[in-house]
Design a protein around this ligand. Structure first.
Ligand code: FES
Ligand SMILES: [Fe+2]
Length: 364
């Protein structure tokens, strides 16, 4: 199997994975975790999220320590969660504090509690060693909680390894083909003008001077599609869980009194449910178009049509790689525009290898 690409990994749990567990992964939107428990699979593990009376977030393993019933089907009482099967009661730290059928709950009865944070409208969970959960590893993405920006967001399930989504985001030469009738974003006939890698991130930048404005930008900017602008498209593989980027637009000679700069930001969060299934979350923030009635729906529609095109091709790729008799040895060549994606692949492979080497066997 190939850790970097996920080709040849089985769908039988963590023993054969290409995702790191020591990472902040998105589990839900903040709005979803309200008055009822929310159950999600993340990294081959079932997790339940709910809120305490003061609004504080709780994330526990969604598997009762007694007979593996989903705690998410139970009831929240005060700050605790009660298993629906035989009524074991768990506190926000995951300790079982009551077993109705006997006097005492032994201290050994507990479920895992996961560190959690809320940022940019999402709930982020640390699925690995809690002592390594460092807030500084969360992305710095202020635009998605800035009231000066118009925001839209959504999510979809994709039947592919999460790294296929990252690779799609790191090679935008697919715009000219896959999204020719949706985004219509030009300037991607070749690789990006710059790719910069650090120890844990890969950033690409593509300066596109004198570019005709695509309709999905022109409409909220209240300009004609095709208006000539200077653009910089950029994106960053921030972690295996998150890619964010943007489009910075400059109008070369704005009319008197009109603005010259426009900011568009996008974030993609890629949570593996398993090696073959991903929950993909996206958010857009832009500092233009806020006053156009109904614009959110129009922009959401074009975004969803675009991402459906990505989903369809990525799921087809996954199926081809899975069913081809050559498995992980199937042919694959890379070209110049794959530079950023290849760097991200190598980073992830190194992270996973290091984790697996350091992990107690029982956690694998
Ligand atoms: S399975 Fe939860 S109390 Fe029995
Ligand atoms: Fe795409």
């Amino acid at each position: 199997m190939n850790i970097a690409t996920g080709v040849g990994v089985s769908d039988m749990g963590r023993s054969d994975r290409n995702y790191p567990v020591n990472c902040w992964w998105v589990g839900a939107t903040s709005a979803e975790v309200a008055d009822r428990p929310v159950s999600r699979w993340l990294l081959d593990q079932r997790v339940v999220m709910y809120r305490q009376q003061d609004g504080g977030l709780v994330a526990l393993e969604d598997r009762c320590a007694h007979r593996a019933a989903p705690l998410s089907d139970g009831k929240i009482e005060g700050d605790d969660l009660i298993c629906p099967y035989h009524g074991f009661r768990y506190n926000p730290a995951g300790a079982c504090v009551d077993i109705p059928s006997q006097d005492k709950a032994p201290r050994s009865v507990k479920v895992r509690a996961f560190p959690s944070r809320e940022l940019a409208g999402f709930v982020w969970l640390w699925m690995g060693d809690p002592t390594l959960a460092d807030e500084k590893l969360l992305p710095d993405v202020p635009w998605f909680a800035d009231s000066n920006f118009l925001q839209i967001s959504g999510d979809m399930h994709t039947a592919c390894n999460y790294m296929l989504i990252h690779e799609n985001l790191l090679d935008l030469t697919h715009f000219a083909f896959l999204h020719a009738d949706t985004l219509q974003q030009n300037g991607w006939d070749g690789p990006p003008s710059e790719v910069i890698a650090t120890d844990s991130t890969v950033t690409f930048k593509n300066e596109v001077p004198n570019a005709p404005l695509a309709p999905f930008l022109a409409l909220p900017m209240e300009l004609e599609a095709g208006t000539i602008v200077d653009r910089c498209d950029w994106g960053q593989f921030h972690s295996p869980a998150c890619h964010f980027g943007g489009i910075d637009i400059q109008i070369p000679a704005p009319e008197a009194g009109k603005r010259s700069g426009y900011t568009f930001r996008i974030m993609h969060c890629t949570t593996p449910l398993s090696n073959r299934k991903s929950h993909y979350w996206w958010a857009v923030a832009q500092d233009f178009g806020q006053n156009i009635p109904g614009i959110e729906q129009v922009l959401t529609d074009v975004t969803l049509r675009t991402f459906k095109q990505d989903k369809d091709v990525l799921e087809a790729i996954q199926e081809t790689m899975d069913r081809d008799f050559r498995g992980a040895n199937g042919p694959e060549i890379s070209v110049v525009s794959d530079n950023a994606a290849i760097r991200a692949r190598r980073m992830v492979a190194a992270m996973v290898r290091a984790e697996i080497e350091n992990e107690p066997r029982a956690n694998r």
